[in-house]
Design a protein around this ligand. Structure first.
Ligand code: MLT
Length: 414
């Protein structure tokens, strides 16, 4: 009898963005004439930067006259060398091209890397947080049942207004720590001193940090670290996820990378250290054949002078949206954070998140993401994404105002 992985039965709901899409589809079926403005999932609205597109086209044409065949599973050196030089060495982070693994996305990398770890490790992750970290560990059997909004056996690192959305170190020893900064969904950032504490914690506890820096390109504060590898001591205890999705608009094109330093260690049951880089290379060699050649050429062009300039302009555009959203929402009297170094604005609505989601959808035709989808600390919060056309954001804000004003008045009167 073919038996199933029963850990899947523990999953308490469908994937967050599918749930949101389903509700929106139901609404649209019932109201076909209502134009909906999507500010839920963080998906890009700009086309590929022209420099990336030109490199993409050129590489596809090259394939008409030359068989590219299987590429290196780790990614082509031409791309890994650019990444190492621009994203790390230029900022004083000691990362070499052969410590970079090009992939089809950070979601896949976040899900895949945890198969290298034992089933009985203790996992710590931010609440609220990107659901992929938690759900992939549920699927792998590292959690107990779902009770009172949480899976048993997981250490939730609460990120709330009380701690300025920066979690404290865990009170109990943990083995695998997921940190995401700039944070999805809150938009909070961590400074070097805070990050140093986590690196020190990981070193003291032989733990590993999985640092998700998918939104690094949105950092505007020059004093903030962009990579965990800017922090002394991180090379032994951290891996980092990066993506071209949100920076160069590759959500549909698919290209990302994971940095696994050669000095990073994991331990067997006897306490003997093993090299995580070698394990990951072994895994990738067996299970992955690399990313489409032309996509890697397109990603390489993101580092050309024109590519960098075009990406900067696109990010500035999205961040102007973020400024507008935050300003308008704050003017309505709701507490909003994020949007300064991240494309997300995290809003305390003062009422149930899904109820607020429905109100915005039905009364304003605007889609947001309910905070509870990111964890229990997201109760009463929603996330608004700044990926959109500026005119659409203006229109969304115009539609939201008359919906929220009476709610605010009622709250103030109550
Ligand atoms: C988000 O909206 O949180 C992200 O776009 C989802 C993702 O990157 O998978």
């Amino acid at each position: 009898m073919i038996r199933m992985n029963e850990n899947y039965l523990k999953l308490h709901s469908s994937y967050l963005f599918r749930r949101v899409a389903k509700r929106v589809a139901e609404f649209q079926n019932a109201h076909p004439d209502q134009e909906v403005i999507r500010m839920g999932i963080g998906d890009i609205t700009h086309p590929l930067p022209p420099a990336c597109l030109a490199a993409f086209e050129k590489a596809v044409k090259e394939m008409a006259t030359r068989a590219t065949g299987y590429g290196p599973a780790q990614g082509y050196p031409f791309l890994r060398e650019k990444i190492a030089a621009h994203d790390f060495q230029a900022r004083g982070a000691d990362i070499a091209a052969d410590e970079i693994f090009v992939s089809d996305g950070s979601k896949s990398d976040a899900g895949n890397i945890q198969e290298l770890f034992a089933d009985n490790i203790k996992v710590a992750l931010q609440d609220p947080g990107y659901p992929v970290y938690l759900e992939t560990n549920v699927m792998a059997g590292r959690t107990g049942a779902f009770e009172n909004g949480r899976y048993r056996g997981v250490v939730y690192l609460e990120s709330t207004a009380a701690n300025h959305f920066i979690p404290r170190l865990p009170a109990e020893p943990v083995d695998l720590i997921y940190l995401c900064f700039p944070n999805n969904p809150t938009g909070a950032t961590m400074d070097a001193a805070d990050l140093q504490q986590w690196v020190d914690y990981a070193r003291d506890n032989n733990a590993l940090i999985l640092f998700d820096a998918a939104y690094e390109a949105f950092i505007r504060d020059e004093n903030l670290p962009r990579s965990i590898f800017e922090i002394p001591g991180a090379r032994e205890v951290a891996v980092e996820l990066r993506s071209f999705s949100k920076s160069a608009g590759f959500t549909g094109t698919r290209c990302a990378y994971i940095v696994v330093p050669k000095s990073c260690r994991v331990y067997d049951s006897q306490g003997t250290a093993h090299n995580l880089h070698d394990l990951w290379q072994r895994r990738q060699a067996t299970k992955f054949n690399g990313v489409f050649y032309a996509v890697q050429r397109a990603a390489e062009a993101a580092y050309s002078p024109e590519g960098r300039q075009q990406i900067r302009e696109i990010i500035d555009y999205y961040m102007a949206n973020a400024d507008l959203i935050r300003r308008e929402i704050s003017a309505l009297g709701l507490a909003a954070i994020g949007g300064e170094n991240a494309p997300y604005i995290w809003i305390n609505t003062g009422r149930d998140a899904w109820e607020f989601f429905d109100t915005l959808l039905h009364q304003a035709g605007v889609v947001c993401t309910p905070g509870t989808g990111f964890g229990r600390c997201g109760e009463n919060y929603v996330r608004i994404s700044a990926f959109n056309h500026y005119e659409q954001v203006q229109l969304a804000m115009d539609r939201i105002k008359p919906v929220l004003q009476p709610i605010r008045k009622a709250c103030a009167a109550g």
